[in-house]
Write a protein that binds this ligand. Structure first.
Ligand code: PMP
Length: 305
């Protein structure tokens, strides 16, 4: 069950958690007309910081723009709203969920006549992809969104119907997550994670053209890898690259950096976290946990007592 907090930010005001309700005839309930974000706030020794807040809010506005959804707040206003709600609720570490959607107005498919509502909630949340030694995953029988059907670069609620099919199938069959191929049969991403493969010291990830979300953790890992002198290649990858990989891992706000132990019950190398994954994993956590300086200005401080 979801742990509740005191306040949720709604269209510029903090309102009580229990009052953050919508009508059943709201457009979003019927047609999935929402765009949202998932953001983590990390605790450091004496402070707390929201990870890449500006980038998340820019992606929210980008998602809204793709769907012609006017959000009457700038990225800066949304960033300060996040700081306000996290500080008001006094919880860090936490997960932050901003969402904009088409609310109560018209019930036809065209969303343009329904009002846009913006909410920001936060709550405590732990590990996302289960598996201590690493995740045992499968390649999904479901494909990822085809280009020209649902735009993958928008983090839209409706996209997660596809993610739900992938994740349910995986869990029902005893895996912790599924990796979907794109419509051309190339690797795409997990139901809520980007995918990386290491082979012969080179770090591969699927490009945005293969129906993936432009993950903020993905971009962070690419930045870290380049600075650490690891060659990064974004290219279409066939499914079997996973089976013969030296290492493979997921990235995501929820998943952070989670290594894959096996895919389709084929063990990746020896199933343990490999050296390239480890160096990236450790560097990522050193920065977000404040053990190393925040050299990319990834953390927005919040004052949580
Ligand atoms: N792909 C999908 C489909 C996702 O839902 C997510 C989680 N937002 C990601 C990738 C990872 O993106 P990020 O690192 O920005 O959380």
């Amino acid at each position: 069950p979801l742990e509740t907090t005191k306040n949720i930010w709604h269209n510029g005001n903090l309102i009580p958690w229990d009052k953050a309700q919508i009508h059943v005839m709201s457009h979003v309930v019927h047609y999935g007309s929402s765009v949202f974000e998932g953001i983590r706030c990390y605790a450091q020794a004496n402070t707390a910081g929201v990870f890449r807040l500006q980038d998340h809010m820019q992606r929210l506005l980008d998602s809204a723009k793709i769907y012609r959804m006017p959000v009457p707040y700038s990225a800066e206003q949304l960033c300060s709203a996040v700081v306000d709600v996290v500080e008001a609720n006094g919880i860090a570490p936490c997960y932050i969920r901003p969402i904009a959607f088409r609310g109560y107005g018209e019930i036809g498919v065209n969303p343009l006549k329904s009002p846009v509502d913006v909410y920001i909630a936060n709550f405590p949340w732990g590990k996302y992809v289960p598996g201590n030694g690493g995740a045992d995953v499968c390649v999904s029988s479901w494909s990822r969104l085809a280009p020209n059907t649902m735009p993958s670069l928008a983090k839209a609620g409706a996209n997660y119907m596809n993610s739900q099919l992938i994740r349910m199938e995986a869990e029902i069959n005893g895996y912790s997550e599924g990796i979907a191929l794109d419509v051309n049969g190339y690797l795409s991403e997990g139901s809520g994670e980007n995918l990386f493969i290491v082979r012969n010291g080179v770090l591969y990830t699927t490009p945005l053209a293969n129906s993936v979300l432009s993950g903020i953790t993905r971009s962070s890992v690419i930045t870290l890898a380049k600075q650490l002198g690891i060659e990064v290649v974004e290219q279409a990858l066939p499914r079997e690259m996973l089976y013969i990989a030296d290492e493979a891992f997921f990235t995501g706000t929820a998943a952070e950096v989670t290594h894959l132990s096996s895919v389709d019950r084929i063990t990746i190398a020896d199933g343990k976290m490999g050296p390239v994954t480890k160096v990236l994993h450790d560097e990522f956590f050193a920065i977000v946990n404040g053990l190393k300086p925040d050299r990319y200005n990834w953390l927005t401080p919040v004052n949580v007592k």
